[in-house]
Design a protein around this ligand. Sequence first.
Ligand SMILES: *[C@@H]1O[C@H](CO)[C@@H](O)[C@H](O)[C@H]1NC(C)=O
Ligand SMILES: *[C@@H]1O[C@H](CO)[C@@H](O)[C@H](O)[C@H]1NC(C)=O
Ligand SMILES: *[C@@H]1O[C@H](CO)[C@@H](O)[C@H](O)[C@H]1NC(C)=O
Length: 512
Amino acid sequence: MTHFFKLVLFLTVLFLVVDSKIKDKGKNKKSKLKSSKVFHKIPGIPKFIKPFPTTGIDQSAAQDGGGKKSDYETKFIGQWEILNNQSGVSAMQIQLMPDNTINVYDTTIYRLSRLKYPEGMPCVPFYDENLKENKQDCFAHGMEYTLATNQVRALTVKTDPWCSCGGLTPDGTLVVAGGFGDGVKTARYYGGQKNCKACDWREYPNKLQEARWYATQTILPNGEYIVIGGRRAFSYEFFPREGQPSKKPYFLAFLYETTDIDENNLYPFVHLSSDGNLFIFANNRSLLLNPNANKVVRTYPVLPGGSRNYSASGMSAMLPVTFNLAETEKIFLPALKDCGRLVITDPNPEWDTEEMPTGRVMGDLLNLPNGQLLLLNGAQKGTSACMLECTTQAIPNGKIWVAGSNTHDTYKDDDKFPTETRVEAFSPPYLDPNPDVHRPTIVEESSDKKLAYGHNFETQFKLQNMDQKFTKQDIKVMSKAPPVPELAPPGHYLIFIVNRGVPSQGMWVHIQ
Ligand SMILES: *[C@@H]1O[C@H](CO)[C@@H](O)[C@H](O)[C@H]1NC(C)=O
Ligand SMILES: *[C@@H]1O[C@H](CO)[C@@H](O)[C@H](O)[C@H]1NC(C)=O
Ligand SMILES: *[C@@H]1O[C@H](CO)[C@@H](O)[C@H](O)[C@H]1NC(C)=O
């Protein structure tokens, strides 16, 4: 029997997995291993040969993120459960927060939800265009969902965040740009304070320079956010400091060139490359932008086979970055049946095309704690606005949190597809109850949670009666944090210990 351990950093903001190879710290670690009794000798990690199943969901998910196949197999194909039958707000957009709550927000346009503001929270005044009169909106369009209890707390959303974009800043503040109607130029902030028991949205309308409906925002190595594109917005700008206006928009011809009658350049796919430049994909074209110099560094070959746009027809995620290779890969799993893969750091990049098991639209592509990619949701036929879409998020216990979906322009109860306010969880095959003995448990109290770039950090974990040697022993592993913020911008990340494909519960760490 061989045992090997691997640390996978699960980057919630970028959907990017970084594999820190313990092997590379061979020298350091060996000396540490000898000098400390709690350290057990951990064999080096086998070479990354074929890290991921290349098509859809691999049933034998009992495979570690790479290298040698694990020595246990599972027949468990996953399981669904309902966490909450009536959460109140349909989850059009969500963000997992470092305090293990999920911030949920929906459009305000229906002036309706299934969650009323409780006493003490004022209703929101608005002008009803149809009735031509001033009215009060007493329904919450946002809520805080606590994962531990599955309970919700109403939040006040005033300007419409419909198809806005968002992300966490290094200090854990959720910042959201744009939306619809009165919200197109709003800069929103939530949390980031010490005690967030009573946090609510802080909205600043008209602080963005251009209307950002269906724009994409991405965190940069310096911790700032860039906001790119949107409907008829052929530019990018930088997310302003709270209360300040954004400085100026930068015209990006590419966004104009990739728009067409179907507006196939909405929600462009943007990923930070390991060289600090931004990979931007829209429609069927892509380029590398230096956001600081406002310069297009290079362009990539056109992706054949039709236009891709999120969420109507495409999904995109970054494959793992291994520090020693410093290589970033990119994968698209489009509306169509084929799936393009591009090495964006290759000097002569070309699209590799693979077939998915089924054609799929409006799905979600998630990086799992064990390094696999999961395709979830979606339909096999037809597209619609982002209203139909549900939202998904891998949560610290390794399950996938799933909520939302609304095919109506209101909250509808009686229909073949009523407005969805239930919250469900999907347990991927790695949560098979049988190999639970293989599941490591991180000892949070004696693990490092504050990481510094390029520095070693220690994680302590327990393994249950796996074999005599490890029984009830604590194991410590020393790993190296990402060397540079280009690989993992500053902020909060979930870290998992993965043992033979079975991940522990995630622990939040912070890197700066
Ligand atoms: C949700 O409703 C179903 C059917 O009424 C019930 O069996 C289940 O226990 C409920 N779940 C929760 C978490 O309330
Ligand atoms: C997105 O792509 C699909 C399929 O390629 C296309 O039908 C649709 O019109 C596109 N645009 C939008 C805004 O959905
Ligand atoms: C790329 O998309 C544009 C605009 O939709 C289209 O005119 C062009 O033919 C496409 N190119 C390829 C190679 O598919």
